[in-house]
Every structure is written in C-alpha cells, then in structure tokens.
Design a protein around this ligand. Sequence first.
Ligand code: MN
Length: 257
Amino acid sequence: MKLTERCTVFISDLHIDSDKPEITSQFIAFVDGLKETTDKLDAFYILGDWFESWIGDDDPDTEKRKAMQSVKELSEMDIPCYFMAGNRDFMAGEKFASDSGCEILKDPTTIGLYGTKVVLMHGDTLCTDDIEYQKFRTMSRDPAWQKQMGALPLEQRIAMAAQIREQSKEATDDKAEDIMDVNKKSVFQAFAEHEADTIIHGHTHRPAIHQIAKDDTTNYDTEKPEFLTRVVLGDWYEQGSVLIWRKKNYELKTLAR
Ligand code: MN
C-alpha cells in the first residue's frame, strides 16, 4: 500500500503460517508499498497475532520467516517497527525481535500519536467474559512456563502448537459470540486506568471504530473530548485490514485481496 500523506500504520491478526501463503503474499505486497513511500511513514505497528502460532524463536515456518524479513527490511530503511504479542505469538523473544527488526512492546503500551494519547493492546485482555481463556493466558505468560516450553524439542513444540490451535478452534466453536467480544466494563476500566480517550486493538476480528459517549461511563470524568474512541483492527483471513493514523484524521481501511 503506497502512502500519500504522512502517517503511522497499524495492523494485527494476520495469522500467517504455511497453510495460508496467500496472506503472506498480500502482506509482503503491502509492506513493499510502504517501502516505496517511507518518506510518508512515521512508524509501523503490528498489534499481535501476526502469526498463527510462534513456537519459539527457532520457529522454522517459511511463510513467517518471509514476513519477518520484509519488516526487517522496512526497519533497515529507518522506519521504527513495533510488535506487540497476541494470544498466538506470545513466545516471541529477543531473537524474534532482531530477526524481524521489530521492537517488542508490552501489552498494554501507551503512546503519543501526533498529540493524542493512545493505548495500544492486542485486545485479549479486554475479553474478560472468556474465563477459560483468561486462565490459559495467565499460565502461558508466566516466564517459568515459557522457559519450560521453550526448552522442549522443536518437533514437540510444533505438535503442541497444532494441538492448542485445534483445541482453541473447538472451544471457539462452542462459545457464545458475545463471550468472545470485549467486556464493556473492562473497556471502560482500560480507558480510566490509562487516563486516555483512545484505544487501538485487534484480536476480536470485528473491525470497527466505536465511539462511546462519556456519559455512559462510570467513574470517568475527564472534560474533553466527549467521546471515548476504540478502534478495532480486523483480521487478514479474507482481506487486509489497516489503520492509517494521520495528524488530522484516521482511517480504518479494508484492503481487497
Ligand atoms: Mn488474538
């Protein structure tokens, strides 16, 4: 995608792996466009689930490696590139960072975006109605658990990742739609906790710009603006989804495949 005005670009939920090479192709074409217009690009953010899974920094998947190489090249053109882990690629470590040219951000991270304070998240921490998943999240983000996992042979980790994906798919099929969306109270808590009026996240695969009147909120009494804004990035299963943030406006775009 070629840029026409100075901006910062956000994406998430590509779920790249060797089973879906068409996503990698679209992603690489997208990054190639950014490379042609780096004079307009202030920074590039990937807010999690870049990959369908990440079994550790020795993950050999060729599609993931191609995607990482393309971003590394972008970073070598002096574009700051950032990655925040999702619920699929939370095993990303230091070697992942150097191989992809991305600085790894903590979830959540607050940034200043052309004068607006913005909270960046993957989005899974907002889905607090899914208690079963939140338990898995707590376990899998524990450094001791990650160390233990990382020490297993590569083949075993590949098999485990496939198994976890299968289980997650089955669980997802069984869960009610609203359980897998954000919890309204958790969203308001996030706005309040960070004293910000804007959140950008992915994860739910429900691309939208939600504007919530502050009157609806409890215990939140900042004067301006009147609205809280929550931008949700879409997934890349059937098309691309990208948020372009400029000094004066922003746009959530769908990229046809
Ligand atoms: Mn996710």
